[in-house]
Design a protein around this ligand. Structure first.
Ligand SMILES: Nc1ncnc2c1ncn2[C@@H]1O[C@H](COP(=O)(O)OP(=O)(O)OP(=O)(O)O)[C@@H](O)[C@H]1O
Length: 257
């Protein structure tokens, strides 16, 4: 049995005649921080949707901790320990920050909303909620309605909800999109803290974030992984430079996506 946190084998996805993901093979170690990069329309979100159960593969295998999950419903994959964030925020804007995180905690504990009135007295829920708020730097803002959070804090809350269930494989989809430089720096720190000890798979356009965070990078172009290596080796990979930049020499790595 595989010891990989996540293992993709001969994975394919077509929509009608359009082949979007082609023969993807990828093994991700437990605790690894793995980035998926590629030009717009390369298939990064489709790959995330295949891993998290939103799409069923046309063919191939997706294994989470050695167990087949391809085609399984997203909530069942989530209960097996994989959680993802979305490019478009998933938070309940009329609820407080604390209530949003509590929802994630309760959902993972399999509690329905009939529990809602009693949750204030449920110590385990309270302590897990507090721990997540702290990890994500949101303790001071716990009582605020989510709608009043600045944009960067809303993205932090999105990460808090993603990790609230205690999943050990975390997928983050462009977590720093739309952020300023200083907000991005803070977000990278937050991602590092919030996902400590977990396996992280991140789709991101900001190369600074990728090179700062990732142990390995996969480069997806037209639905195929054309390179998978350490950031240093990816930086010097001729195929990758060509895919992004044609024949240009000495490319600025910040312009790779
Ligand atoms: N449900 C769908 N039906 C048909 N085509 C789709 C569907 N979902 C995605 N595609 C197509 O698959 C291709 C890859 O899209 P995808 O969103 O996965 O790319 P991406 O790498 O995430 O792009 P971006 O960086 O812009 O977010 C695109 O050409 C898109 O139009």
């Amino acid at each position: 049995m595989s010891t990989y946190a996540l293992s993709l084998k001969d994975l394919n996805k077509s929509f009608g005649p359009a082949k979007i993901i082609t023969d993807v093979n990828l093994d991700i170690e437990k605790g690894e921080r793995h980035a998926i990069i590629g030009p717009n329309g390369a298939g990064k979100s489709t790959l995330f949707n295949l891993i998290s159960g939103l799409y069923t593969p046309t063919s191939g295998s997706v294994k989470l901790h050695g167990e087949e999950i391809a085609g399984m419903a997203p909530h069942l994959i989530n209960h097996r320990g994989l959680s993802r964030s979305f490019q478009v925020s998933n938070i309940f804007i009329n609820m407080t920050v604390r209530e949003n995180v509590r929802c994630g905690v309760l959902n993972a504990m399999g509690q329905g909303y009939s529990w809602w009135r009693n949750i204030g007295s449920n110590k385990e829920v309270q302590s897990r909620t507090y721990e997540i708020l702290e990890r994500c730097g949101l303790v001071d803002k716990a009582a605020l309605p989510a709608s009043l959070l600045p944009y960067a804090d809303q993205r932090a809350l999105e990460i808090a909800i993603t990790i609230a269930g205690g999943a050990d494989v975390i997928l983050l989809d462009e977590p720093t999109a739309g952020m300023s430089h200083s907000e991005t720096d803070r977000a990278v720190q937050l991602i590092r803290t919030a996902t400590e000890g977990k396996t992280l798979i991140i789709v991101e356009h900001d190369m600074g974030v990728i090179f700062d965070l990732a142990d390995r990078i996969s480069v997806l172009v037209y639905g195929e992984i054309i390179a998978c290596d350490t950031p240093e080796n990816i930086r010097g990979d001729a195929k990758v430079r060509e895919a992004y930049l044609g024949d240009e020499e000495e490319p600025d790595v910040k312009e790779m996506v």
